[in-house]
Design a binder for this molecule. Structure first.
Ligand SMILES: Cc1cc2nc3c(=O)[nH]c(=O)nc-3n(C[C@H](O)[C@H](O)[C@H](O)COP(=O)(O)OP(=O)(O)OC[C@H]3O[C@@H](n4cnc5c(N)ncnc54)[C@H](O)[C@@H]3O)c2cc1C
Length: 319
């Protein structure tokens, strides 16, 4: 049973979510006793990136009609290349929006928001997050299946294989795009996508008020990090909801998560415990977050963070 995966890229570079989907596809292939074929559109990154996460074959498509995302065109192109029973997609906005179209074109079942490898592939039996993350549903899908992997849930797990690439063509043209992109304007240049970030500096109610976020942004800027927050902070309006991480917010899995003035409630941990290294700064030595931390500093954020900033500046030769 060949396993296919859509390796999403942006501006030619593979997205972290795309690599995670490849890693998930490899886990499916291990259950199925088969290999992974990755589909890549207009990627300039080396295919080595995909072999590293378990793709034995990479189908590379160069097609100007796929330069801008369009759900119809992407679903058509992926459907033309799939020659197997399982297709894995990340659950990015783009991939999640063409997954239903793809499942229609392939006459396949659609299983969204999976976090773990399936326990069986025929039928495809897997647990998925349901009810806005409040429950786990186990489903079995017979026949072909399109699967979307919840971002930052499975993890970008390395599983290197020897691979090869092949340039392939699809029949998609500009006429297949239902939506034409007329122009792109970014709201904030330089902002780092929280879900893709390798370092995240996050803060909670311990910061006392929105006026104190300057030092959080400064530290994040110095580290090349994205900023995040606990839920109450977003609920009160101190920070935008897009920054809220946790069970009801975004799930993230950066290499480094720095939590400042956050207690570490189970609902917060649910969205960040996939992080490789967790650093906690909290004035209360009994804060539950310390139990999940790799490194902890018991101290007042208003003293510790400025000193951290100073040290990072020194390391970067800025002070
Ligand atoms: C159904 C449900 C879903 C939820 N989903 C989420 C979610 O997705 N994400 C989420 O974050 N929460 C979620 N929550 C809320 C969660 O239970 C906690 O209430 C919340 O995470 C607490 O936020 P906090 O740590 O910022 O605030 P607090 O619990 O008030 O903690 C503040 C922390 O700051 C420390 N502190 C205070 N002053 C300082 C200082 N000067 N320096 C350093 N440390 C200091 C304190 O010791 C304390 O540990 C959910 C709750 C429910 C019921």
């Amino acid at each position: 049973m060949a396993i296919f995966v859509y390796a999403e890229s942006h501006d030619g570079k593979y997205k972290k979510a795309g690599l995670e989907a490849v890693a998930y596809a490899k886990a499916v292939a291990d259950v199925a006793g088969d290999t992974v074929t990755a589909i890549a559109f207009n990627a300039t990154d080396s295919s080595e990136e995909l072999y590293k996460y378990g793709a034995t074959k990479v189908l590379k498509v160069e097609n100007s009609a796929l330069k801008n995302f369009d759900a119809n065109a992407y679903a058509k192109a992926v459907a033309e290349l799939v020659a197997g029973d399982v297709v894995v997609l990340p659950s990015t906005n783009d991939a999640a929006s063409f997954a239903p179209l793809l499942s229609l074109k392939l006459n396949a079942a659609l299983v969204t928001n999976v976090e773990k490898a399936p326990t069986a592939v025929a039928p495809f039996t897997v647990a998925r997050k349901a009810f806005s993350g409040k429950g786990i549903e186990t489903v079995a899908a017979a026949g072909k299946v399109v699967v979307t992997v919840l971002q930052n849930a499975f993890g970008v797990k390395e599983n290197a294989v020897t691979g090869s690439e092949e340039s392939v063509k699809v029949t998609v043209t500009d006429a297949d795009a239902k939506v034409k992109v007329l122009g792109v304007e970014f709201a904030k240049t330089g902002a780092i996508d929280l879900k893709e970030a390798e370092i995240v500096v996050s803060a909670g109610r311990g910061l006392k008020g929105p006026e104190n976020w300057g030092m959080i942004e400064e530290l994040a800027g110095l580290l090349g990090a994205a900023t995040a927050s606990s839920k109450p902070v977003a609920d009160i309006g101190w920070r935008p909801h897009a920054e809220h991480v946790g069970q009801t917010g975004k799930a993230i899995a950066p290499n480094l998560y720095i939590a400042i003035g956050i207690s570490g409630a189970i609902q917060h941990l649910a969205g960040v415990n996939g992080s490789k290294t967790i650093v906690v700064i909290n004035s209360d030595a009994e804060a539950p977050f310390f139990k999940a931390a790799d490194y902890g500093i018991v101290g007042d954020a208003f003293e510790v963070v400025p000193r951290l900033i100073e040290e990072v500046k020194k390391l970067k030769g800025l002070a």
